[in-house]
Structures are given as structure tokens and as C-alpha cells.
Design a protein around this ligand. Structure first.
Ligand code: AMP
Length: 314
């Protein structure tokens, strides 16, 4: 198994200016795993209650996602999140978070899970993220995401976890909030000083940026006319990013730059419909088509400009 993810598997209630759902399958690990499953084999570590039924299991099964390490608690309730987006779809307003079965969760990984090559610590309590990280000691690359909820309630633990990962993938508001640094470049430098070799900053409709200790790379978002529900866009981005990396041998900067494009392509599909609906129906042809469009969109030739030579030619 090449890619392991720990994070929330959830029921979400979401309202956007374009519609609402009272209860749909969600969770950071869910969106991540669905997206990554287009690139590699994925295994999910997490916990659900017995309200998690066949219909939900089917979503994972359809994409061959391994749920052996997804614990089920009899009589327990699955993690629940309620959020609202206004016309600024870049900002999620959390109305309710019920940890439920995650409150007492102790991740205990199977041997297969412990041998994963890549690991993603998706959004969940940072102590849990670290407990999983410590059980996969041989991993070649470990990524991490988080959100304001954990930055506010468990900041010290979160920083300890960041120290033991290779790539942090968070959004711009979270990077500022986490570091207390309004300037994004300074915030990035501070996060990299804690230990990771790379930081990916997701910027919603404005694209994403990759910071390393000695380089910077940025891409726009795919231009979409209809964005319906941004829930899970960040996790879907991370799924494309890490999933693609799991599919290549060499995890160098060139691979990370391509992974940024795959992440953006996947996120662009996710936001077109509610929850997991669009990504579930996605095809490789659709992914490759948007990848090509990205290349066209961001390509330009280098033509050195010489003012004197130009003037004498005219
Ligand atoms: P995003 O990709 O940032 O839009 O993540 C959305 C997903 O994160 C939703 O499907 C929620 O179930 C999940 N979520 C929301 N709050 C939390 C939290 N505090 N911890 C873990 N997962 C969460």
C-alpha cells in the first residue's frame, strides 16, 4: 500500500448561496482518499459510528479505498460538522463541530498501514496525527493539513506535529493564523523553520503556492464559472497532490510542481457540486483534459527584450 491517510470521516451539513444539504458524506480523510484514489492505492485510518451505513461504505468501495483501518464503534456517532459559506466561497463559517467517536479515538495501525510509503495527516486533532505519524516510521514523505479549530484549541501540539512532517498543506488564512504573521512570505518562512521541507499554501479561487527553503512556485486556480460547494476542496487538492506523488518514484521539486497542478485539477472538480458528488463520477480523461488546459493557461516563452535593438528594427 503506498498512501495512508488519517483524518475525519464525517457527516456534513452544508449551506452555500446555491443550496443546502442536511446530511452528506464528508470529512477530510474522505475527500482526500477519493481524490487520491485516481492516482494510487489508498488506505484510510479513522473511526465512525454505527450510523455510518452501507451507502457510505459503498462510496469508498467504488474507488477501491481500503477501509480495514477504519474503526467502527457500536452505539457511537460519526464526526459531524455543520458549515456555511456566504458569497465569499473562500471562507467556511463553522457553525457546529461534534467530535463524537473521534473524542476517544486511539489509532492502532495494521501492519500493512505501518508500511505505507507516503502518509497524509489530514485535518484532525494534532495528537492523533502525531500518534499515526509515529507508527509509520519508514515513510518517505509525510504531509499535514489542519484548520482554525485546531490552531485555536491545540496550537502547541500542532506545532510539535509540524516538526515531524515533510510537507505542510494549509490555506492562506490558516498560515497567517498559525504563525501570527500577516505577511504570507514571512509566515511561510516561519513554518519552514519548524522543520518541513515544503509548504503548500492553498488560496481558494486565487490558486496555490509552493514554498521550499530555496524556491517559490505559484499557480492560478482553474477558471470556473460555477462554484457550488467548496467543502472538501482543500482535502481534494491534497489528495491529488499526495496521490500523484505516490505514483512517481522520485519525490523531487519537479514532481511537487506537477503535483500542485493535479491537486488544483482535482479541487476544481470538487467544487462544482455538493460534497463528494462530482469527484465520485470523475474520469481520467476529464482529469487529463484539465491538466492540459492548465499547461496552456500558464505557459509563456522567454523572449529577452532589448529596447535599443527593437527601436533600430522599426
Ligand atoms: P476543507 O477541505 O477544508 O473544505 O474540509 C472540509 C471537511 O473538513 C468537511 O468535510 C468536514 O467534515 C471536515 N472538518 C471540518 N471541521 C473539522 C475539524 N475540526 N476536524 C476535522 N475535520 C473537520
Amino acid at each position: 500500500m503506498s498512501l495512508l491517510v488519517v483524518g475525519s470521516v464525517a457527516f456534513d451539513a452544508v449551506e452555500t448561496p446555491f443550496g443546502k444539504r442536511d446530511k452528506m458524506l464528508g470529512g477530510a480523510a474522505t475527500h482526500f482518499a477519493l481524490s487520491a484514489s485516481f492516482y494510487t492505492d489508498v488506505r484510510v485510518v479513522g473511526v465512525v459510528g454505527d450510523d455510518f451505513g452501507q451507502e457510505e461504505d459503498q462510496v469508498f468501495a467504488e474507488r477501491n479505498i481500503d477501509t480495514t483501518d477504519l474503526q467502527r464503534i457500536a452505539g457511537g456517532h460519526t464526526f459531524f460538522w455543520r458549515g456555511r459559506y456566504d458569497y465569499d466561497l473562500n471562507t467556511a463559517h463553522t457553525l457546529d463541530t461534534q467530535l463524537n467517536v473521534f473524542a476517544d479515538f486511539k489509532p492502532k495501525l495494521s501492519d500493512a498501514a505501518k508500511n505505507s510509503r507516503l502518509v497524509f495527516l489530514a485535518n484532525i486533532q494534532p495528537d492523533l496525527q502525531r500518534e499515526v505519524r509515529e507508527q509509520v516510521r519508514g515513510a518517505e514523505l509525510v504531509g499535514l493539513d489542519t484548520m482554525n479549530f485546531w490552531i485555536e484549541s491545540a496550537r502547541e501540539s500542532l506545532i510539535e506535529t509540524i516538526k515531524v512532517v515533510n510537507v505542510v498543506i494549509i490555506n492562506d488564512a490558516e498560515a497567517r493564523h498559525l504563525t501570527g504573521e500577516p505577511n504570507l512570505i514571512k509566515a511561510a518562512r516561519k513554518i519552514l523553520q519548524w522543520g518541513p521541507k515544503a509548504l503548500v499554501v492553498k488560496r481558494g479561487e486565487y490558486g496555490a503556492a509552493l514554498f521550499t527553503h530555496d524556491s517559490y512556485f505559484a499557480i492560478p486556480a482553474y477558471p470556473l464559472e460555477s462554484v457550488f460547494d467548496p467543502t472538501g476542496a482543500g482535502d481534494t487538492f491534497a489528495g491529488g497532490f499526495m496521490g500523484y506523488l505516490a505514483s512517481v518514484e522520485k519525490l523531487d521539486e519537479a514532481a511537487m510542481r506537477r503535483a500542485m497542478i493535479f491537486g488544483s485539477v482535482m479541487a476544481s472538480f470538487n467544487v462544482e457540486e455538493f460534497g463528494t458528488e462530482r469527484v465520485r463520477r470523475l474520469t481520467h480523461e476529464e482529469i487529463n483534459e484539465r491538466f492540459r488546459r492548465f499547461k496552456q493557461m500558464t505557459h509563456f516563452d522567454e523572449i529577452p527584450f532589448d529596447r535599443a535593438a527593437n527601436a533600430s528594427a522599426t
